[in-house]
Design a binder for this molecule. Structure first.
Ligand code: NI
Ligand code: CA
Length: 587
């Protein structure tokens, strides 16, 4: 007999996500991914100056922050024909790269690790054994000292003894599937705290070039910062030396702390390489940080990250990479609260429409999630998230898609890291498509990105600067009089959570149409007209085997959903015009 279960809200993500599940005999049989928040960014940029739009769309999200600005300026530059100078592209690469690494570190430690690490249990650990555990897993992090582990153990113990768990309140700490010994939990909590310091430190790279964080400053045609080693008022040798230090620290943290921790968790929870497999189709335009202003096949302005060409993989066939064609992207609204003029069809983003048509239950909701809330999935429409499809298929985007594409394309470092990890963990390539595979893939690409920042992007920028290249702005297309009367453009950017594209049509110097297709939209969207589930839904209910041992403590589906690193603000970037809350969700 199937039982119904609602998890609402899902915590330790960005924004608002609700899951409705049916379970049968301790397994998930059906799943619905429901985005319950509605905003309004695509519509408010209509009729604005396209040179200003980056500042609006960047506010789609405070977590993903600069990525939407870079996607926006790249789409506008494609439309108006601006050629961004190399130094400005390298600066954007550094801002994107540092943001991505920060995002992955925050995800692993602060959003995902507590699905596997029992924070409360760290109070019982022997600090000396925690140091030994760190050595045993190959962690050479400088925080692995007896003094530090003792400090953290005492702090956790004081918190647990006080009965007020603070940020750790509400965890399922007595769930039987927390498997790490106390010393491993202590080491992980210590690294959790170190990662808090680290993420604050490393995002300053973006702050130097963009003036502030979140939401750094950008510029259509280049960057808004000036660079000159010999001038005190521009980015000069003082900042360069600082950035060098942060770039080095970033690499150190990723190599010596994050990657060994991720490998250790993957080893202990290796059955999660057989849980949470999602849609076996993958889309990426390259490694993390890749940027294309226009069609990748003929793009003028790309980032420096071109080592892996764009491509698409279908049905786990890693021997065949299909060329990527932007025209094959369509968004469906079969299960989403919108209407299209043409009815229930797929629309390419350059023709995309954002017309709201809410048909769900009357807000505010009352009562506990599993007792009295309406069951949204009883209706055809149950989410604010559109359902993007490529060539008619749901696709996975993100670290898994990028790592599998890079592997299939023969990217040496990716192959080496994946082969080493697979040998250590005893897994196959197709098992990367799993709950733990997503977590492993994120760590692998984070290492590649941190290395690229340290060994390529930053040194290239400094070398060009030393040779006198201080040009960061193409002024030739700044004036709207230099633009065609009507033009359109788009961009693709590989950001932390996956493939991001922005699409703009400009008419008479103003934005006529604007659409953003965001990684979490690709992943969190619901069913389409063909009845195909979105990737979140597929990961939970794709094969009827996903465990859920105790409906009162749904730790297992949280592990799987967290492995995608959901960002719901990004997924549905569309505010009620009156600014009112459309629904209240009761925890
Ligand atoms: Ni976001
Ligand atoms: Ca959109």
């Amino acid at each position: 007999m199937a039982e119904r279960l609602v998890i609402d809200p899902i915590t330790r993500i960005e924004g608002h996500l609700r899951l409705e599940l049916e379970t049968d005999g301790g397994k998930i049989s059906k799943a619905w991914s429901e985005t319950t928040q509605f905003r309004g960014i695509e519509t408010i940029v209509k009729d604005r100056d396209p040179r200003d739009v980056w500042a609006f769309v960047q506010r789609i999200c405070g977590v993903c922050t600069g990525v939407h600005a870079i996607a926006s300026i790249s789409a506008v530059e494609d439309a108006i024909g601006s050629n961004v100078p190399e130094q400005a592209r390298l600066i954007r690469d550094m801002v994107l790269g540092s943001q991505e690494v920060q995002d992955h570190v925050i995800h692993f430690y602060h959003l995902h690790a507590l699905d596997f690490v029992n924070a409360a249990n760290a109070a019982d650990a022997d600090p000396a054994k925690a140091v030994e555990f760190a050595e045993a897993i190959g962690s050479h992090w400088r925080g692995n000292t007896l003094q530090r582990m003792t400090e953290v153990r005492d702090t956790v113990k004081a918190i647990v003894d006080s009965g007020q768990l603070s940020v750790f309140t509400g965890g399922y700490w007595d769930h039987p599937d927390y498997r790490l010994p106390p010393e491993a939990n202590l080491m992980a909590v210590a690294h959790y705290l170190d990662a808090l310091e680290f993420q604050r430190s490393m995002i300053r790279i973006g702050t130097v070039f963009g003036g502030k964080n979140p939401h750094p400053n950008f510029l259509v045609g280049g960057m808004a910062c000036t660079i000159d080693p010999n001038k005190s008022e521009s980015i000069n040798q003082v900042q360069i030396d600082q950035i060098q230090q942060w770039v080095d620290e970033t690499y150190d943290f990723v190599v010596n702390c994050y990657v060994p921790d991720a490998m250790a968790i993957a080893g202990v929870y290796s059955d999660y390489f057989d849980i949470g497999a999602s849609t076996p189709n993958y889309l990426a335009v390259g490694l993390s940080g890749a940027v294309f202003s226009g069609n990748p096949a003929e793009s003028r302005a790309t980032s420096a990250h071109t080592a892996v060409a764009p491509g698409v993989i279908y049905d786990d066939d890693f021997g065949t990479v299909h060329p990527f064609d932007p025209a094959k992207i369509e968004e469906w609204i079969t299960s989403a609260w919108y209407t299209y003029e043409g009815g229930d069809i797929g629309l390419t983003p350059d023709k995309g429409e954002t017309t709201v048509a809410y048909t769900g239950p009357q807000p505010p909701y009352t009562g506990a999630p599993n007792d009295g809330l309406p069951w949204l999935a009883d209706q055809e429409k149950y989410t604010w998230c559109k359902a993007p499809r490529y060539d008619g298929r749901p696709m996975q985007v993100g670290p898994v898609a990028r790592v599998l594409l890079a592997y299939a394309r023969g990217h040496e470092l990716t192959k080496q890291l994946v082969d080493d990890a697979a040998a250590t963990l005893g897994i196959t390539l197709s098992q990367i498509n799993s709950t733990m595979g997503r977590t492993l893939a994120r760590a692998v690409e984070c290492l590649i990105s941190a290395k690229a920042l340290k060994e390529e992007t930053f040194p290239n920028f400094v070398a060009r600067l030393r040779s006198g290249d201080i040009d960061v702005f193409d002024s030739t297309r700044w004036e709207p009089s230099s633009w065609p009367a009507e033009c359109s453009g788009y961009s693709f950017v590989e950001v932390a959570r996956g493939n991001l594209s922005h699409w703009v049509t400009i008419k008479g110097g103003k934005v006529e149409r604007y659409q953003a297709v965001v990684p979490t939209t690709w992943l969190a969207g619901g069913r389409d007209a063909q009845g195909q589930q979105g990737p979140y839904e597929e990961s939970l209910a794709g094969n009827g085997q996903h465990p859920l041992v105790d409906a009162a403590k749904p730790l297992e589906p949280l592990r799987t959903i967290h492995s995608f690193d959901p960002c719901m603000s990004c997924a549905v970037h569309v505010l009620d015009p009156s600014g009112e809350e459309l629904q209240a969700v009761v925890a």
